[in-house]
Design a protein around this ligand. Structure first.
Ligand code: ZN
Length: 306
């Protein structure tokens, strides 16, 4: 029974996950971005509580965290929105509190490992996991091994440029995939293109745009077309670069995947003529809402159970 800790910028989810990737108990709390010591105490408290509810003892702890993290040292890096957590080691601290082995990975890598081991990516040798929500992130797993860059770095699949004339991105470039195809990009397009006085303009969200598109709303359908095109471009780039067996799609925007998939496949067909793009399966993540939490548990298995 593994204690799983999923640390995001706004909330921390903690749970107990069994050897088959099943969540036995879970709870969550808001993240305090400044005080690390309170944060680690809260995590320890939630781990004890969830273990108690699952009537079990923890044999290890896995952590998936919003990045950047140093997985090999088990420390947080320069996490913009968790300033008080920089350089701290939850691996060392939780190992000391619980006397079990602890492992840490970036949350995109954690989710990729979960889908590769327990989810839609099972039995695929070359797998790319992509999550599309308020940003675009992911992880790459080849032959069961998590792909790590130099010094253990996590590759940023959301930050390749698809249009240098596009909007400015937090990474420093203009027109990254994330800046053109994440949920906020769809909202920005909608806000910029819906005529004044259009009834659904105020407080529009990516989710609402998808609902409106399903109801046949003309502007929402154009927003979806725009979104699908840019999703397709980024996925086509990943296919041209890596020719993976499968790309597993996840995240809040992908809950409406049926709106985008036909156009995405068309874009890929147009631009991936030198690789067998039709052999790359585009598939939806199968672990649901708890993918990141299950991923955190999988991080422990990946590090210690091999
Ligand atoms: Zn960027």
């Amino acid at each position: 029974m593994i204690g799983a800790v999923d640390i995001g910028g706004t909330k921390i989810a903690v749970g107990v996950v069994d050897d088959n990737g099943k969540v036995l108990s879970r709870m969550e709390a808001p993240t305090d971005p400044n005080r690390y010591s309170d944060g680690i105490e809260l995590i320890a408290h939630m781990l004890r509580k969830t273990a108690q509810r699952a009537e079990t003892e923890l044999t290890g702890i896995g952590i998936g965290s919003t990045g950047p993290v140093d997985p090999l040292r088990g420390e947080f890096g320069d996490v913009d929105f968790l300033p008080g957590w920089r350089g701290k080691s939850p691996v060392k601290d939780l190992a000391q509190i619980f006397s079990v082995s602890v492992a840490l990975e970036n949350d995109g890598d954690a989710a990729a490992l979960a889908e590769a081991g327990w989810g839609a990516g099972r039995n695929r040798s070359r797998l790319i996991y992509v999550t599309v929500g308020t940003g675009i992130g992911g992880g790459i797993v080849f032959d069961g091994q998590l792909y790590r860059g130099v010094a253990g770095a996590h590759p940023e699949v959301g930050h390749h440029v698809v249009d240098p004339a596009g909007p400015k991105c937090s990474c420093g470039f203009h027109g990254c995939w994330e800046s053109l195809a994440a949920g906020p990009a769809m909202v920005a397009w909608f806000a910029g293109n819906a005529p004044t006085g259009y009834p659904h303009r105020n407080g529009i969200t990516a989710r609402r745009i998808c609902e409106l598109a399903q109801e046949g709303d003309a502007i929402a359908l154009r927003a979806v077309e725009h979104e699908s095109y840019y999703l397709g471009l980024g996925l086509a780039n990943l296919i041209n670069l890596f020719t993976p067996d499968a790309i597993v799609l996840s995240g809040s925007v992908m809950k409406s995947a049926e709106l985008f998939m036909d156009r995405i496949r068309e874009v890929i067909r147009q631009g991936c003529r030198f690789v067998p793009a039709e052999k790359t399966q585009l598939t939806l993540a199968s672990l649901g809402e708890d993918t990141n939490l299950i991923g955190a548990a999988r991080v422990w298995h990946y590090r210690f159970a091999k």
